[in-house]
Design a protein around this ligand. Sequence first.
Ligand SMILES: Nc1nc2c(ncn2[C@@H]2O[C@H](COP(=O)(O)OP(=O)(O)OP(=O)(O)O)[C@@H](O)[C@H]2O)c(=O)[nH]1
Ligand SMILES: [Mg+2]
Length: 203
Amino acid sequence: MKIKEATFITSVANQKNFYKTDKPIIAVAGKSNVGKSSLINMLANRKKLAKTSVTPGRTRLINYFDFGAFVLADLPGYGFAKVSKEEKKKWAALMESFLATEKLDLVISLVDIRHKPTDDDVMMINYLYHYRIPFIIVATKSDKLPKTRVKPAVKDIADYLKVGTMDIIASSSETGVGKEQIFIEIEKAILSADKASEEIEEV
Ligand SMILES: Nc1nc2c(ncn2[C@@H]2O[C@H](COP(=O)(O)OP(=O)(O)OP(=O)(O)O)[C@@H](O)[C@H]2O)c(=O)[nH]1
Ligand SMILES: [Mg+2]
């Protein structure tokens, strides 16, 4: 899959403004600082399409990007300790309505390859199962591990999340590792979205 030009669409803070489109919607989820915005920039081949930050918890809104064949939503990160209770509640409400009402074709759920998934990571995966949203797990920042430790780290995360190692893609936004595999999964998700809508038309 070749991305010609990805562009920013809009930022939204509440359900009433969720972006409506006929294109497949793919969302990128994960805790603050895990590398969601960096991953989006890697997929777009652009350094500054999605704002990245050394200070965690910067993306408080859902940011939508047009990738041509699909729309990508950069979700606000979770699990940031310094956020007030009030804001955590807001985040949970926003995420819940987003996952429950938007017909997502794929969620790219990010975890840090160097750490055991957090309780919030597990909660996110459970949400995805609950709402029957197709998802893949991407283990980010693989460049920060020695090459020999990447496979064992993926295995540990897979065991912990009770998924197969084949369900996890190790990636690095610094080196571009994992990019092609992620696009293969995006293509698969788009194809099955097309199929589903054809079936509806036939009825
Ligand atoms: N070495 C390395 N650093 C990365 C990678 N991905 C992200 N980072 C760094 O991690 C920090 C956070 O990255 P972001 O992409 O802003 O993370 P985010 O998940 O969007 O964070 P929030 O929007 O705050 O939730 C930045 O300093 C990035 O440069 C990666 O693959 N390798
Ligand atoms: Mg971000």
